[in-house]
Ligand binder design. Structure first.
Ligand code: ADP
Ligand code: MG
Length: 487
């Protein structure tokens, strides 16, 4: 394992560090939009989930959705952040065909959530990433350019959906850290049920700010912002491309322009989209249709009291309760369903074996079948039963793998599979002694060689005994008996 952070990029004239800050847009899990009662379901017929508010008809007024506010507070608490009792909705003014209001309702100077932090488990130790803020805002609609050769269309289903923008401090230092950071955010929000984190459906997207500086330098370089990325793999590729592009500019004595860029994943490059607009270009001002959002401390406290166990807490508990290593615990808690599955197996069998069978055998099957743990072909109850069969010596670990294969195919009950297929371990010493003495009789020459010092042959005898018992002989017993008889 790599225990030292060493992500430095080589230019022609020296080494560089990359500095990364993320603006993550997370769609709030909510049946209704941020300021209207329209539905928010993904993949519906275009313009079938649009109210007069979302279409910005004259005179329509936004009404804040209390549930979305609660979701943002929950998420803020999950990010160990300060919840602000006073926040303001501002209008961010710009024109785009899929933005019927001509402005986006967002939060600017007074966001609902202030500074917080997220802990990353890296191979070289834990790293804390600062959270700058979390604010509420509405999503825009979607322009459709591929429906007709001569026209573009607009789908407003997404218009007005509630987003949380989570802004990190520029504390991320490698594509690997960015990947772990996004997964950690996603895991926290899934535990909280505040965002489903589905990047393919666009419920989690990120603007990625990248700059470089000479290794060891304390000053920040000029950043570029790569817009609207929804794949961790592409984000990592974009960071690498962008960092080297900036290094080359700097080494050629040119300046990095602060600008907005797009990543082209086919060409594996970022391209300039527009020069970066400054905040004042957007003419932010408080939305006169919405009052400031004032939250009672009691309201916040009540939400805090009802928070579920979060990934970091769960990890610590699994380490204490089940004596798991930090690494194992980290793998198991990465999503809520996996940890629930694990706890079910562990509580009903053996927690060390449970961790091995889950993270090695079952994960391999899920990977191969491209399935989530919630669609596991083996239920947690049945896996616990299988582990208990190993523990009470009904079957060996090796036969267990055969039984497991059968369980994967049929989700069958392991106890029944063992009986039906006659896989029960042979643990009767008398029977085994009989089998073994026959093997020794038939292999007199090998016994002689063994006794004159060729100890490697022991394995041969074990193998023969296993073959005779069709793999069902109790390996410990076979060992003991062989040792005794070969003396
Ligand atoms: P803007 O709206 O101008 O993009 P934000 O404050 O919303 O500004 O976001 C700025 C993001 O850029 C933050 O995530 C921050 O961590 C990051 N950032 C700021 N300075 C740098 C830098 N020099 N290099 C990389 N990222 C940076
Ligand atoms: Mg930005």
């Amino acid at each position: 394992m790599n225990n030292k952070f060493n992500y430095y990029l080589k230019g022609k004239k020296g080494e560089y560090e990359v500095v990364i800050g993320l603006e993550v847009h997370a769609q709030i899990l909510s049946e209704a939009k941020l300021f209207s009662p329209s539905a928010t379901k993904f993949g519906q017929e275009p313009n079938s989930q649009v109210s007069l508010v979302d279409a910005a008809m004259p005179g329509m007024l936004p009404v804040i959705n209390k549930f979305c506010v609660e979701q943002a507070i929950k998420t803020g608490l999950g990010l160990n952040a300060k919840i602000n009792n006073f926040s303001i909705f501002d209008r961010k003014n710009y024109f785009y065909a899929d933005l019927p209001q001509g402005y986006q309702i967002s939060q600017y100077k007074n966001p609902i959530v202030g500074e917080g932090k997220v802990i990353l488990d890296m191979p070289y130790g834990t790293k804390e990433i600062g959270i700058e803020r979390l604010h509420l805002e509405q999503d825009a609609g979607k322009s459709l350019h591929d429906q007709d050769p001569n026209n573009s269309f607009v789908d407003l289903n997404r218009s007005g959906i509630a987003l949380m923008e989570i802004v990190s401090k520029p504390d991320l230092s490698s594509p690997e850290e960015v990947s772990v950071y996004i997964k950690k955010l996603r895991s926290i929000m899934r535990y909280l049920n505040t965002c489903d984190g589905n990047m393919e459906e666009g419920s989690l997207r990120a603007d990625v700010n990248v700059s470089v500086r000479k290794k060891g330098s304390k000053d920040f370089g000029t950043r570029c912002e790569i817009k609207n990325m929804n794949s961790i793999k592409f984000i990592q590729q974009a960071i690498d491309f962008e960092a080297y592009r900036q290094i080359e500019l700097i080494e050629d004595g040119k300046a990095v322009n602060q600008e907005t860029r797009l990543f082209d994943n086919k060409k594996q490059e970022t391209r300039s989209m527009r020069s970066k607009e400054d905040a004042h270009d957007y003419r932010y001002f408080p939305d006169p249709d919405l009052l400031p959002l004032k939250l009672d401390s009691d309201f916040i406290e009540n939400i805090k009291k009802k928070l579920p166990e979060l990934p970091d807490q769960k990890k610590q508990r699994l380490i204490n309760e089940f004596k798991l290593s930090s690494y194992e615990a980290g793998v198991i808690i990465s999503d809520k369903e996996t940890s629930a599955y694990y706890e079910n197996v562990a509580k009903n069998s053996d927690y060390k074996l449970a961790s091995n069978w889950l993270t090695v055998e079952l994960f391999a099957v899920l990977n191969k079948q491209n399935k989530n743990i919630s669609d596991s072909p083996v239920s947690s109850i049945n896996l616990a039963k299988l582990i208990n069969l190993i523990k009470n010596n009904t079957i060996s670990g090796k036969i267990a793998k055969t039984v497991f294969e059968e369980m994967v195919k049929t989700d069958g009950d392991p106890e029944k599979i063992v009986i039906d297929r006659g896989l029960k371990q042979q643990s009767d010493p008398k029977e085994l002694e009989k089998i073994i003495s026959k093997i020794l009789e038939n292999n007199g020459d090998k016994v002689k060689q063994y006794k004159s010092g060729k100890e490697k042959l022991f394995g041969f005898f074990v193998g023969q005994a296993m073959k005779e018992t069709e793999g069902k002989g109790n390996p410990n017993l076979i060992n003991d008996i062989l040792k005794k008889m070969l003396k």
